[in-house]
Write a protein that binds this ligand. Structure first.
Ligand code: HEM
Ligand code: HEM
Length: 231
């Protein structure tokens, strides 16, 4: 990230903005699914309630990233656990979408959103398994770790951006379905969904900015770790 190191940026302000955006999108998706779309359910005769768990779980999955003021090893475990939880929420959220389709008699995997979405979760799963095996257990030898860390960061950011893209395509697709079924194009709900998509886009941008910016000195006084601080 040569250019980034010359911009004298610090991760902290980007991280604050990312947290505010994450909070905003969490509130918006709950207001949308509960107030406008009738609520959430995993078993129901109203199949659209099963669908509603899909965007909620997928957005929870998107909200996990790092930047906590703890010791390196603690942060590593938190990083691993949060991405593990994101993966589980993601798998569960996709299961909800398939369940909704199967119980409603709709075909599966017909849309670009669903292809990008399935690809994203597979990529994310591989990223997690590789990260776990290389940096945690059993752990690769130090030289290999050092050389694979920049790849881990690059592919991690790519996986994250793919998830953002999948979510935006999902909002676009769902809103198009709803508008075809008569939802007012300039109504409150349509605005809410489009704004949510916009907030997700900015969330992705700020998480990436935070991720590629060096921590401020106060957050990370000593760079004593063998395979960290690559950017
Ligand atoms: C990272 C986030 C997301 C991923 C990985 C993802 C993944 C998927 C997958 C794999 C399916 C296919 C299910 C099937 O074929 O039975 C699907 C369906 C669907 N998703 Fe998402 N989704 C995400 C977020 C969202 C969001 C935020 C919305 C917004 C409402 C959404 C709306 C839909 C809709 C309407 C369908 C059914 C139509 C279709 O198959 O395209 N998704 N999603
Ligand atoms: C899908 C899951 C994962 C993604 C998307 C991901 C992504 C990233 C990204 C973007 C970074 C750069 C720093 C940051 O912004 O956090 C990073 C750093 C790192 N990751 Fe992962 N990672 C994942 C799973 C794992 C796992 C399972 C481990 C195992 C311990 C791991 C170990 C590390 C280490 C040691 C660093 C460098 C230290 C640090 O900056 O905290 N990652 N990862």
């Amino acid at each position: 990230m040569g250019i980034v190191s010359r911009l004298s940026l610090s991760a902290r302000p980007f991280t604050y903005v990312a947290h505010v955006l994450a909070l905003a999108v969490a509130v918006m998706v709950l207001v949308w699914c509960i107030h406008f779309r009738g609520g959430l359910a995993f078993e129901s005769t109203d199949k659209s309630l099963i669908f509603n768990t899909h965007p909620v779980l997928m957005l929870i999955a998107i909200m996990s990233y790092k930047a906590l003021p703890f010791a390196k090893n603690v942060k590593k475990v938190i990083h691993l656990v949060l991405h593990g939880l994101a993966l589980l929420f993601g798998i569960f959220g996709i299961y909800a979408a398939f369940k909704f389709h199967n119980e409603s008699g709709f075909p599966n995997l017909y849309s670009f959103h669903s292809w990008v979405g399935l690809g994203t979760i597979c990529f994310y799963g591989l990223q997690w398994i590789f990260g776990f095996a290389c940096f945690f257990f059993p752990g690769a030898e130090p030289n290999f770790r050092r050389s694979s860390l920049p790849w881990h960061v690059l592919t991690g950011i790519m996986a994250y951006l793919l998830a953002i893209l999948a979510a935006m395509l999902g909002f676009l697709e769902k809103l198009t379905f709803l508008e075809d079924a008569g939802l007012e194009k300039y109504g409150t709900e349509a605005f809410l969904v489009n704004f949510m998509s916009m907030v997700v886009l900015f969330l992705g941008i700020f998480v990436c900015l935070s991720s590629i910016s060096p921590p401020s000195d106060a957050d990370e006084p000593h760079h004593e770790h063998d395979y960290t601080q690559i950017m």
